[in-house]
Design a protein around this ligand. Sequence first.
Ligand SMILES: *Cc1c(COP(=O)(O)O)cnc(C)c1O
Length: 486
Amino acid sequence: MIHRIKELESASLELDPSPGVRKQVRKEVIAYTEDFLKTLDRAKAFVSSADKGIALLESPVSEHPIPISDALNLLRKNVDTPGLNPASGGHLGYIPGGGLYFSALGDYMADISNRYAGYYFASPGAVRLENMLLRWVAQVVGYPSEAAGNLSSGGSIANLIAIVTAREAKGIKARTIEKGVIYLTVHAHHCIRKAIRIAGLEESVIRLVGLDDQYRMDASALEAQITTDRLEGLNPWLVIASAGTTDTGAIDPLEKISGIAKEHNLWFHIDAAYGGFFMLCPEGKQKLKGIELSDSVVLDPHKGLFLPYGLGLVLVKNGKDLHRAHQYSASYLQDAVGVHEDELSPADLSPELTKHFRGLRLWLPLKLHGLKPFRAAIEEKMLLARYFRQELLKIGFETGLEPELSVVIYRYIPKKRKGLTLEEINSFNEKLVQEIQADGRVFISSTILNGQFTIRFACLSFRTHIKTVNLLLKLLKEKSKMLDKG
Ligand SMILES: *Cc1c(COP(=O)(O)O)cnc(C)c1O
């Protein structure tokens, strides 16, 4: 047996590369990432390729190691080229992503030390750091010190955690689900509907509250519906508002909704995954007034704080509700739990047990940059959106109202031919989006509003500056003219 153990040991030692091997591999990885960053300015925001990375499948997982250079070639060709490039400032579709460099270094360090960020007992420093970040966001939002939160992998999971917390706090049980009513609008992010299903609440009555002319929840319609539902013997218990919808960037009337929720004893949740961090600039803070009145809120640092994908967060005003909904224990954890602790453990506040130390990817850029450039970048996005809309009007596009945050909705009504049907106008705009996507230097996306095919400009990448916006304007002008000629 000892012989076999030694044999296995020498084979498994490969898993712990020597300093020399580490250095060589690291050098190539750094060269690769430096090349990626240095050419990013010229790289396309969208590449439609026929093979879509299929060559990856020709190199299956096997007994045979490959050199790092081969691995990097596979990645360059098959992963980092085809499709959308979320690191590009030219990404102006959906809700753009980020990719702060110092976050990558934070992940690197978190992965090397592999601190166990699930329990305070195991890594008091890591848990303290994460809770400190959550307290900072709570302060930005205007939540009291009893609030608690969790750093999640993204906004979808964060919304799920909030909805489960609300369900538990309101005592919703299987036998009462059917009489329970949840209120939201058709513009609530689809992950909310997904979370409702995952949380076992799909058999509730789901009321899609009407919108006002700016695509915001109509608060008086909400109130009227709650009153009607009460009279019918139903149990209204949850209202979900959006602070920055994905479709149009609209902010629901938070203060009014809060008043209604209080009066009728509903849990008030806000999905601010996209819009929340606009609070870092004075105008955004003004626009998001009332966010502090909610019972729970979700923000996405991998959107509004420009982090690479993999970080959302949820805050619950009464931290005890979050704890009650997620705390569990097991006998093999007897050394880690139950002792008096001055920090709550993430494992007691989310479905996760073993958890990546994801706080470091947020802490490092915040500490190394300070807040000033974050505030500047978020305000810049708001102004770029306003600038874009103003310039669009000059080149003959029809737009929605002044953008609330950094999403602009618009479409082109062809000028050359008169009496076009809605379908013809829609298909014109669809072709326009396809033309821009085929060019690939910038990426834009679209939605349907009141049956109208509507193009969206969503500005949230820290790498998007006025140069990119001017390029999009130029492309829109050229392509719309070209298509209008027929
Ligand atoms: C992006 C987004 C979500 C979903 O968050 P993920 O991080 O993609 O899981 C939810 N709501 C809104 C408003 C969003 O913009």
